[in-house]
Write a protein that binds this ligand. Structure first.
Ligand code: FES
Length: 111
């Protein structure tokens, strides 16, 4: 692990900021937690990369504005709040902090 991967302490490096352009998603892991970070027109949002219906990877789904659709059964989630917008998912997706430092995007599982 390089020094870049360790700073800031306790945060996980997702990617360089140049690798997460508007409309793009990057995925990383913090321990056992998959975290997807999405760029919504310059706003970065980090959410657990697990659909709350059956734990499928949400990042496989298409983005539609500020929403993402789970490709397995079609549940939709608000990327800003994590809120489930339609069945078959009812529980929100967990959100995580995200920040930019040293030209990179960082997140962490803060539970
Ligand atoms: S696993 Fe996502 S809608 Fe069923």
């Amino acid at each position: 692990m390089s020094a870049d991967d360790e700073f800031p302490l306790g945060w996980v490096r997702v990617c360089a900021t140049s690798e997460l352009l508007p409309g793009e998603i990057q995925v990383t892991w913090d321990g056992d937690t998959p975290i997807m970070v999405v760029n919504l027109d310059g706003e970065l949002h980090a959410l657990e990369d697990r659909c709350t219906h059956e734990d499928f990877e949400l990042s496989a789904g298409p983005l539609d504005g500020d929403q993402i659709e789970c490709t397995l059964h079609g549940a939709r989630f608000d990327l800003r709040s994590g809120e489930a917008l339609c069945a078959p998912a009812y529980a929100p997706v967990r959100k995580f902090p995200v920040r930019v430092a040293d030209g990179a995007v960082w997140t962490r599982d803060d539970r």
